[in-house]
Design a binder for this molecule. Structure first.
Ligand SMILES: NC(=O)c1ccc[n+]([C@@H]2O[C@H](COP(=O)([O-])OP(=O)(O)OC[C@H]3O[C@@H](n4cnc5c(N)ncnc54)[C@H](O)[C@@H]3O)[C@@H](O)[C@H]2O)c1
Length: 253
């Protein structure tokens, strides 16, 4: 018996990194998955990996900045599985390494659209679906940058602080409907977002971040996924409105 047996779970940004690892863990723990990503090939690859484990999954191409896509995502989950129990709203982009005055409105808007409005768009459709069957668990991906500031991170920090505020507000609104809403705040996690393109995520910044972690290394995506699985399970039945660092101790100092 898995920790989320037979529950139906949507994971956005499930084509890569934290989203993929979490989708695989949820499937291992018995959930039936709806894999959402704007990138079709990588989303389909996640579905294949889940099926190879003996799990059940469908892919729904979703750009979380588009409300109609998010409506379609939840409709597809209901059409296939007739319920929605778990949502991990995780799709995100890293933003641009620019100072605030140089950021520019277009860059700012893009980061806010994906990282904050994308979570809102998903939640607006997930909540009514969960209400139909007496509740569920929503976990949103914030970041340690939702708790701290960072040089060259104004839009990303603003979006992630916003995710934590949105999480708190929705938890107060829907607790009475049996819906718990929490956030995870990863630290430095080894994914394509952080490793690979020095112009987007400078390795100097990464080394500095690892140096600030009590556990002197990056997290694996699955180490974040473990927290998400627990929050999504009935074992976290009294936890709502909370934001959990999974950061190796970065925010402890
Ligand atoms: N990697 C880290 O160190 C770290 C730290 C803190 C928070 N986070 C957050 O974790 C989440 C996942 O990041 P990751 O490191 O796994 O990155 P990743 O780049 O490996 O994965 C992100 C996924 O989101 C998808 N995506 C991007 N824009 C989308 C859109 N508009 N609609 C739907 N899907 C979209 C991408 O296609 C990709 O599959 C993000 O919200 C990120 O901000 C990451």
């Amino acid at each position: 018996m898995g920790r989320v047996s037979d529950k139906v779970a949507i994971v956005s940004g499930a084509g890569s990194g934290i989203g993929r690892a979490t989708a695989l863990l949820l499937a291992e723990e018995g959930a039936r998955l709806v894999v959402a990503d704007v990138a079709e090939d990588s989303g389909e690859a996640t579905v294949e990996q889940i099926r190879a484990l003996g799990g059940e999954a469908i892919f729904v191409r979703t750009d979380v900045t588009q409300d109609a896509d998010c409506a379609n995502l939840v409709a597809a989950a209901l059409a296939r599985y007739e319920r929605l129990d778990i949502a991990f709203n995780n799709a995100g982009i890293v933003g641009y390494p620019l100072l605030t005055a140089e950021y520019g409105t277009a860059n700012w808007q893009r980061v806010i659209d994906v990282n904050l409005t994308g979570v809102f768009n998903c939640m607006t459709h997930e909540i009514p679906a969960m209400k139909q069957t007496g509740g569920g668990s929503i976990v949103n991906t914030a970041s340690i940058m939702g708790l701290l500031g960072a040089v060259g991170g104004s839009a990303y920090c603003a979006a992630k602080h916003g995710v934590i505020g949105l999480t708190k507000a929705a938890s107060l609104e829907y607790g009475r409907n049996g819906i718990r809403v929490n956030a995870v705040c990863p630290g430095y996690v080894e994914t394509p977002m952080t490793v690979g393109d020095d112009s987007i995520f400078p390795s100097r910044k990464l080394q500095d971040g690892i140096g600030r972690a009590a556990i002197r290394r990056m997290a694996t995506p699955a180490e974040v996924g473990e927290m998400v699985v627990w929050l999504s399970s009935d074992r976290a039945s009294y936890i709502t409105g909370a934001s959990f660092p999974v950061d190796g101790g970065v925010t402890a100092g």
